[in-house]
Design a protein around this ligand. Sequence first.
Ligand code: UDP
Ligand code: MG
Length: 331
Amino acid sequence: MMATTHPHEIEKNETAPCTTRKDVTVLIPVYNEEENLETLYSRLSAVLSGCTASYEMVFINDGSADRSLAMLRGFQENDPQHVVVIDLTRNFGQHPAIVAGFHHCRGDAVILIDADLQNPPEEIPHLLAKFYEGFDVVYGIRRQREDQGWRKLGSRSVVWLMEKLLGVQLPTDMVSNFRVIHRRVVAALNKVREQQYDYALMMAWMGFSHAGVEVGHASRAAGESKYSTWKLVLLTLDMLIGFSDAPLRLASICGAMLAVVSILAGLYQVAQRLLGVIDVEGYTSLFLGITFLAGIQLLFLGVIGEYVARIYREIKGRPYYVVNRIYQQEE
Ligand code: UDP
Ligand code: MG
């Protein structure tokens, strides 16, 4: 049994709500995945029971409108020892769903996996083997990523940008969900007082020891990606605003540069006027100059607005997610 050879020291009471500890928790955010759940559940059960008897699967139903919740409750009723279902009141998004899972999991090793079978459950023992060597985070590095080209390019650009802005080296494939983390990392994440955050970036920013293991990747077994291009753009903007002051700094630098240029241009104009070389041409350039500056001003007002909105959201202190019910065996 893998857990007995575990070199991580065991600290008590790190994650408050946990009373009965497990060796392994698998966290699965679920949003309209009825076609995938049956296969996912049986493949996960087969793999996990081969690793340890002390495991739990925590499914977070993120406001699914299909039969997902009913199916998850079925698994829970038939296998109450190993299945926990956290039902959220509506669709909050993958990150809030995972954070909800962090608040309720009991495993020493916490595994994140998508419900759509893009991450093969059979790779879990490889991830765990590396984890038990003593790493706090083990990333599943996708050998051959089965997603559209523009998504792969987009992910690479996001990682590049975040490395530049945060000044930390991010692990390859940080954007993939598939990973094992120590409960020490979960405990640290659970202490974050920010209301909304990208857990993957927060983990990278926290800087625990990490390693990668190459894993297979499949295309989505059934259904469609829950991320539209627009949702991905918004998510990236949110990461940028949530983790960096660079856009604000850019606004100040642009403003300062434009001010210097206009002072110099103004002085030049005054000199020309005094020397009597100015005639009455130049309305077009004047108009273009005004609209250009107005555009820049509006853009940066918008940038400032984004930060103000974020501060506003934070100080209201609304929960990141709301739990409807938890289906779980009595302890
Ligand atoms: N998901 C979720 N809430 C959402 C969107 C997605 O819980 O609002 C879940 C989804 O069910 C899946 C995982 O997050 O288990 C990853 O979603 P998806 O496969 O659609 O993302 P992609 O693989 O296209 O990045
Ligand atoms: Mg997917």
